[in-house]
Design a protein around this ligand. Structure first.
Ligand SMILES: Nc1ncnc2c1ncn2[C@@H]1O[C@H](COP(=O)(O)OP(=O)(O)OP(=O)(O)O)[C@@H](O)[C@H]1O
Length: 231
């Protein structure tokens, strides 16, 4: 489902003429099977977000190969990547990244509009997904009228609405209290099982990491030791 082979990425930091090269990903290899939840933990600055952005195609690796859903995405152009992402990859963010001027319904509907789906089909699809993630009561609420947990459900629904098979999540419970974190983790697990979704989750939270099928630690630019969890 996701195969990273010998991925390297180096940032160039500093003023022009005085740049420093900072290697952040050093020969990263990762294999994620279909329907797996993989958690990536590691210290702040260890390169977790850089890795997720590289999988997503927002950053190009300097070396290595990325295969998602049997497609080699390493050298896709930005436009090709955007098209591929819209169909295959959903994103969940720590700070939700919802459009403040759109209701919960409209936020979730947005990717379908971009895809060019007709109004009736959009209505049916959004209502179905809102019901699935427990948002029936709040479809006309704006983000600032929602709790953190509800905002994260909207973010999850928006990630799922285009029916992707891969979900990339950057600290999905990082802004939530522990009770709400538990609810969101349960939702992720139930979606993983019922829709056979593949998740890559970056987290600082051991509880989130331990709820995954596999856990990797990012250390000094490399992914280390898969510790299998009990799920
Ligand atoms: N666009 C960029 N330009 C230059 N350096 C960057 C850029 N993005 C990240 N870095 C550097 O790459 C390193 C890894 O950053 P990254 O955000 O991937 O870490 P992280 O493990 O996700 O950290 P955190 O847990 O704090 O989010 C850091 O040293 C950071 O300063």
């Amino acid at each position: 489902m996701i195969t990273l082979t010998n991925i390297c990425h180096t940032f160039s930091i500093g003023k022009k003429g005085q740049e420093r090269q900072v290697p952040v990903l050093k020969d990263v290899n990762l294999q994620v099977e279909s329907g797996e939840i993989v958690a990536i933990v590691g210290k702040s600055g260890s390169g977790k977000s850089t890795l997720l952005n590289t999988i997503a195609g927002f950053l190009k690796p300097d070396e290595g190969k990325i295969v998602l859903n049997h497609k080699d995405t390493t050298h896709l152009s930005e436009a090709e990547h955007a098209k591929f992402r819209l169909k295959n990859v959903g994103f969940i963010f720590q700070n939700f990244q919802l459009m403040p001027g759109l209701t919960a319904f409209e936020n979730i509907e947005l990717p379908l509009k971009i895809q060019g789906m007709g109004k009736n089909a959009r209505f049916q699809t959004v209502r179905k997904i809102m019901e699935r993630v427990g948002l029936n009561e709040v479809l006309d609420h704006y983000p600032n009228e929602l709790s953190g947990g509800q905002q994260q459900r909207v973010c999850i629904a928006r990630a799922l609405v285009t029916n992707p098979s891969i979900i990339l999540a950057d600290e999905p419970t990082g802004s939530l209290d522990s009770e709400t974190e538990k609810e969101i983790l349960e939702l992720i697990q139930s979606l993983n099982q019922s829709l056979d979704l593949t998740f890559v989750i970056i987290t600082h939270d051991e509880e989130v990491a331990n709820s995954a099928h596999k856990k990797y630690r990012m250390h000094d630019g490399q992914l280390q030791e898969a510790i299998y969890s009990a799920v």
